[in-house]
Design a protein around this ligand. Structure first.
Ligand SMILES: [Ca+2]
Ligand SMILES: [Ca+2]
Length: 231
């Protein structure tokens, strides 16, 4: 009896999700940053390597180049930070202050990572939400980092490391008007170059359809979560 009731809830959840997605084409959405390091310059003014150097396994997504952290301090742990220009506005693609302040705008941060052999160098992509006065609203949102990069696969013959994609999504904090994006590049004591390899960084935002639908979307997700937990 109980089991049957849960089954019905699942179908409700799926129906609500389908309804929410059907609105997606008619509302605000924007890509704030999309950097593949293919050009002569990049928004982080970061140095790049060519995939043809074979410092890593191939990136399944293709492309010719990716960023690294440049020279660090020899025989010492060190960090370099590469920041994308000045703060970037969130008020693009029909995204409004009212939408953000009502908690109706979501973000997605995505990037790909790799590293040099077994050295343990790594990149971390940070996004900081800023208010109208450029004051940080919350702790940085991050992808990549030491744990993620150290878990990437290794070619048994060459020792070259695989590429892996990390992403995180959530709600743009009310009051946010800008973001600042930085790539932190860290090296362990071995070697000189900071080999936190990063490619295809993307940060996008989108409006959750409308208040009533948004509430239902949340409900649908909760029901799906509940259903999965029960399995
Ligand atoms: Ca690339
Ligand atoms: Ca290194």
């Amino acid at each position: 009896m109980r089991r049957h009731s849960t089954h019905v809830q699942v179908h409700k959840g799926l129906a609500i999700l389908a309804g929410a997605f059907s609105f997606a084409g008619s509302v605000g959405a924007a890509t704030i940053i999309s950097e593949g390091f293919e050009g002569a310059a990049n928004i982080f003014s970061a140095p790049t390597y060519a995939y043809s150097l074979n410092y890593t396994l191939p990136n399944p997504g293709g492309g010719l180049n990716y960023m690294h952290g440049g020279a660090g301090i020899a025989n010492s742990a060190s960090t370099s930070v590469f920041t994308a220009g000045s703060p970037l506005s969130l008020l693009v693609g029909n995204i409004t202050p009212a939408g953000i302040d009502s908690g109706l705008v979501t973000y997605n941060l995505y990037a790909q990572f790799s590293t040099y052999l077994a050295q343990g160098d790594y990149g971390t992509v940070h996004v900081r939400f800023l208010d109208a006065a450029n004051v940080a609203l919350s702790a940085d949102v991050t992808v990549g980092g030491s744990a993620f990069v150290s878990a990437l696969g290794t070619d048994p013959l060459t020792g070259n490391r695989a590429w892996g994609a990390d992403s995180i999504s959530g709600l743009v904090p009310p009051g946010a008007r800008f973001i600042e994006m930085s790539v932190f590049e860290d090296k362990t004591p071995s070697g000189l170059i900071i080999d936190g390899y990063v490619d295809n960084i993307n940060f996008s935002i989108a409006v959750v359809p409308e208040p009533s639908t948004a509430a239902l979307f949340g409900l649908g997700s909760s029901l799906l979560w509940f259903w999965r937990r029960r399995r």
